[in-house]
Design a protein around this ligand. Structure first.
Ligand code: AMP
Length: 249
C-alpha cells in the first residue's frame, strides 16, 4: 500500500515534521501549477512530485482539512477561510500569505516543491518570490494546464476524493479498483461539495477574473509553460515532461 504524504501538514502547525525523505535529487525544482478548477492540477502535482522527488503542497487540501475539524478548534481566520471555500470564493490574501510566511522554512526546503492551487493572486505570487529570494531561491516554472470548458465540467462531475487520505479519483478516467472505494484506505469516496452547481460556476468565474492574471506575471518572468490537459493523467504527465524538456533546451 502506498502511503500518501500529508499535503496539508506543512501548513498546519509549528513544528510539523516534514515526512519527505532526505533528498539527493539533482533535479531540485520549484514549480507552481496554474489552471482552472478540475483541470487536474492535484493529479499532475502528485505525478510530478514523484518524478522530481519533491514535496507536493496544497492549500486547498489544508482548507478542506480545516472544514472537517471541530469548528471550536479553528481560529476566526480559518473559520472565514472555510466559509469562503464553501462559497467557491478565494480565501483572503491576508490568511493565505500569513500561512505562507509562517512556513517560510518549508518553502525554502532543499528538494523543491510542487504547489497546486497556490499562488492564486499576484499578492501571493509576489510573497512567494520574496520568501524564496531570502534564500537565493526562485520558482523555476509555472505550468498552466488548459482544458476546454466542457471538459472541465465533465472532470468536476466525475471527480471523487478520499475523505481520509485525500487521494483523487475520477469515475471514468481514474477509477478506483472497487467502485466508490479508496484503493489505499478502503474508505468510501465522496464528491467535493464545491465541484457542484453554483459553487463550481463561481470557482470557474473566480479563476477567470482573479487567477488568470498570474499567467502574465509568470510570462513576464519567462517561466510560463503551457500544457494541453486533454487526455488521461498519464498522457498529460508525459506531455508535461516533454514540454519541460523543450523549455530546458
Ligand atoms: P483547490 O483544492 O485548490 O481547488 O482549492 C479549494 C478552495 O480552497 C478554493 O476554491 C479556495 O476557496 C480555497 N483556496 C485554496 N488555495 C487558495 C489560495 N492559494 N488562495 C485563496 N484561496 C484558496
Amino acid at each position: 500500500m502506498v502511503v500518501q504524504p500529508d499535503r496539508a501538514a506543512w501548513l498546519q502547525r509549528n513544528g510539523t515534521c516534514c515526512d519527505n525523505p532526505a533528498h539527493s535529487s539533482t533535479r531540485e525544482c520549484r514549480i507552481v501549477l496554474l489552471g482552472p478548477p478540475a483541470v487536474g492540477k492535484g493529479t499532475q502535482a502528485t505525478l510530478l512530485a514523484s518524478f522530481f522527488q519533491s514535496c507536493h503542497l496544497s492549500t486547498g487540501e489544508l482548507f478542506r482539512r480545516a472544514q472537517q475539524c471541530d469548528p471550536a478548534g479553528l481560529t476566526p481566520a480559518m473559520h472565514t477561510a472555510v466559509r469562503k471555500m464553501e462559497a467557491g470564493e478565494l480565501v483572503d490574501d491576508t490568511t493565505v500569505i500569513r500561512l505562507l510566511l509562517d512556513r517560510g522554512r518549508c518553502i525554502a526546503c532543499h528538494g523543491g516543491f510542487l504547489l497546486a492551487g497556490l499562488p492564486r493572486t499576484i499578492g501571493q505570487a509576489a510573497t512567494l518570490d520574496v520568501l524564496l529570494a531570502r534564500d537565493d531561491l526562485k520558482i523555476d516554472y509555472a505550468i498552466e494546464y488548459q482544458l476546454p470548458h466542457a471538459n472541465l465540467l465533465e472532470r468536476a462531475a466525475g471527480r471523487r476524493i478520499c475523505p481520509s487520505c485525500s487521494a483523487v479519483y475520477h469515475r471514468n478516467h481514474r477509477p478506483p479498483q472497487n467502485a466508490g472505494i479508496c484503493d489505499q484506505c478502503a474508505v468510501e469516496l465522496v464528491r467535493r461539495a464545491d465541484d457542484m452547481g453554483a459553487t463550481l460556476q463561481k470557482r470557474l468565474q473566480t479563476y477567470a477574473t482573479n487567477t488568470a492574471c498570474l499567467r502574465s506575471y509568470y510570462f513576464g518572468q519567462g517561466k510560463l509553460v503551457n500544457v494541453d490537459a486533454r487526455g488521461t493523467p498519464d498522457e498529460v504527465f508525459a506531455r508535461t515532461i516533454t514540454v519541460l524538456s523543450e523549455f530546458l533546451k
